[in-house]
Ligand binder design. Structure first.
Ligand code: UT7
Length: 310
């Protein structure tokens, strides 16, 4: 039996920052942002709400949805580049807040590909029978490391959290194949000094190439073809990058998740947030084959082919 997802949850702050709001903050326009990125608005956490608060809400829902107790969780993995503080980890903070007293806990730093790294790490522990249940959270409060005077980056990012509980699932379901990768030579294109610094064009080129490659690779590894894919969940960075991945898999528009318009780029949180939205909207159904694929600063990337269902 393979590792799969048995519970899901997400948390988005209520406060909405629209493109019209951003027009008042930097030299930009709604038209530029929509056509270049596909973003219409994003959520911003209120002052006093930190990464661990968003992660906690998403995690609580995922545990409820999995119908397990927090004490049954053996490991908590939190993918984030915006922890409350360097240490203790957000994972340890969640362990306390959730009362997951039997769980080991650590954060994973792989930027926007972090949730893919988290899920694949969880899979190893579950399939080796080390832990029955692993909680994987992707959460960011990017608003605290965004330079609100830099139009190159201020328009792109948002805050939010998504979480899954993973455990063994029915034969034939779960993670069928994966790919993880990194290229440290590209670290200079996307990093944090005080704030996020990005060479947009370089990241764009890398993302279009890598998202397509990794999606095709995981299908090959699973012995499947493009026609088998029911749903694609790409990291929600930019609609043009996402569209390139969709076209590489020759999928119709309705088979790709699109939440970038409402939430912007929430880094490690974007894939789990999208997953929850699509499942709740009834677009992902039992036994559907889904491909999840992400890329990010590092540079990092990761993809998963998964048969949906407990
Ligand atoms: O999760 C990973 C995070 N990063 C990414 O996913 C970023 C990947 N890259 C991108 O999404 C795109 O490169 C951007 C959306 C960042 C930029 O789009 P682009 O089509 O690559 O634009 P560009 O960098 O070629 O810039 C075009 C012009 C520039 O003006 P000049 O130099 O040609 O006069 C920019 O200064 O657009 C200008 N520009 C803006 N104009 C209005 C850059 N940002 C803005 C803005 N509003 N917000």
């Amino acid at each position: 039996m393979k590792a799969g997802i048995i519970g899901i949850g997400r948390c988005l702050p209520d406060k909405v920052l629209t493109n019209a709001d951003l027009e008042k903050m930097v030299d930009t326009s709604d038209e530029w942002i929509r056509t270049r990125t596909g973003i219409e608005e994003r959520r911003i956490a209120e002052k006093g709400v930190n990464t661990s608060d968003l992660g906690f809400e998403a995690a609580k829902k995922a545990i409820e949805d999995a119908e397990i107790s927090a004490e049954e969780i053996g490991l908590i993995l939190v993918a984030t580049v915006t922890p409350d503080q360097p240490f203790p980890s957000v994972a340890c903070m969640l362990q306390e807040k959730l009362g997951a007293v039997n769980a080991a806990a650590m954060d994973i730093s792989a930027a926007c590909a972090g949730f893919m790294y988290g899920m694949i790490t969880a899979k190893q522990f579950i399939e080796s029978d080390s832990y029955k249940y692993v909680l994987v959270v992707g959460v960011e409060k990017l608003s605290k490391i965004t330079d609100w005077q830099d139009r190159n980056t201020a328009v792109l990012f948002g805050d939010g959290a998504g979480a899954v509980v993973m455990g063994k699932v029915t034969e034939g379901r779960g993670i069928l194949s994966f790919e993880l990768g990194a290229d440290g030579t590209g670290g200079k294109h996307l990093y944090q000094e005080d704030y996020i610094v990005m060479n947009g064009r370089e990241v764009f080129k890398f993302a279009v190439r890598q998202m397509g490659e990794s999606s095709v690779n995981v299908l090959e590894k699973a012995g499947l073809s493009k026609e088998d894919v029911d749903f694609l969940i790409p990291h929600q960075a930019n609609i043009r990058i996402m569209e390139a991945s969709r076209q590489r898999l020759e999928l119709p528009e309705e088979k790709m998740s699109k939440t970038v318009d409402k939430y912007g780029n929430t880094s490690a949180a974007s894939i789990p947030i999208s997953l929850v939205e699509e499942v709740e909207a009834g677009k992902i159904k039992e036994d559907d084959l889904i491909v999840m694929v992400g890329f990010g600063g590092g540079l990092t990337w990761g993809a998963i082919a998964m048969r949906w269902g407990k």
